[in-house]
Design a protein around this ligand. Structure first.
Ligand SMILES: O=C(O)CCC(=O)C(=O)O
Length: 300
């Protein structure tokens, strides 16, 4: 495994121009092509790239489960959607482009949801959610081996979190599954500062691009099928545009040529330590409904 210590970053002005945008290959000059460990100028780890770490781990059943999420679209991925905010009329809320991104596992209170919960897909698909566990446990094993201090720091918080919300034997509460769209330059919000994030990639068919870039440090990696990257998701990151074998720029799975790039992001949501047990959160949700006489919307 090679080790790289970065010495510089681009200016704030140059970075600001890239935020929320899908970047090009001119946004990096180092492309990681083998096992590597990259440190930022302050000595903190930026990422560890582990080619093929998940190749013999992810089963066809697990791939099918992840692939089946491709129709699940959301417009609240913010700048990660690679689009600019739209605010209809006088509304306070901002909307971004719909992208194929699903949240699995558990989520802390946000917006109209005043309680901790399993996401809608997870609640409706418990056997399929459980079938994904061995892959997530393999990601956790790699995290323990390659970034032991970050793993330990995250496990400290996991031990303070009710087990109803944790993927057993992992430091993860929550998983984001993206299908075949380039993220705009963004940082992840709500995950543990002292922890680390992880992304594994599954590829089918032929496409170019979709390279994962840290534009501030001008470092990129072209994640192949079964590759894993452990990373500091609080650093700016995004993807280059994706072009499938039909020659089209893709922002979704290509039904014609089958080009597909699934990225599975596993992390811990910081606020999950504050959640009660699932039963306690359900009664909190009921009390809230009674109090407000509102209609509880389906959690996403
Ligand atoms: O798909 C990728 O390579 C990046 C995913 C990502 O950054 C995210 O979902 O926040």
């Amino acid at each position: 495994m090679i080790s790289i210590r970065l010495r510089s970053r681009i200016s704030k002005q140059e970075l600001d121009e890239k935020i929320g945008k899908v970047i090009g290959d001119d946004a990096y000059n180092v492309l990681l092509t083998g096992p590597s460990r990259v440190f930022m100028p302050n000595g903190q780890p930026l990422c560890v790239y582990l080619p093929g770490a998940m190749r013999d781990v992810v089963t066809e059943e697990q791939y099918e489960i992840l692939h089946s999420l491709r129709g699940d679209k959301t417009h609240n991925r913010g700048p990660a959607s690679g689009s600019q905010a739209v605010r209809p009329g006088e509304q306070k809320r901002q909307y971004f482009k719909y992208v194929s991104s699903s949240i699995l596992g558990s989520f802390d209170p946000n917006g109209t949801f005043k309680f901790c919960r399993l996401t809608a897909w997870t609640g409706r698909n418990l056997p399929r959610w459980e079938a994904l566990r061995p892959a997530l446990q393999a990601v956790a094993d790699n995290m323990r081996t390659h970034v032991p201090e970050r793993y330990a720091a995250q496990m400290e918080e996991i031990e303070q979190t009710h087990p109803d919300w944790v993927v057993p034997h992992t430091p993860f509460t929550t998983i984001t599954v993206n299908n075949t769209y380039p993220t705009g330059v963004h940082t992840d919000k709500g995950d543990l500062d002292k922890g680390f994030s992880t992304i594994f990639c599954l590829r089918r068919g032929e496409y170019t691009g979709g390279r994962f870039v840290f534009p501030e440090f001008r470092v990129a990696v072209d994640l192949q099928d079964g590759d894993l990257i452990l990373m500091d998701a609080h650093q700016w990151h995004g993807n280059t545009a994706l072009v499938c074998a039909c020659g089209e720029k893709r922002t979704a799975y290509c039904e014609t040529c089958g080009a597909e790039r699934i990225s599975v992001v596993s992390y811990m949501r910081t606020a999950m330590t504050k959640c009660g047990s699932e039963a306690e959160e359900i009664s909190r949700a009921r009390e809230y409904r009674e109090r407000t006489k509102g209609v509880l919307r389906e959690p996403r």
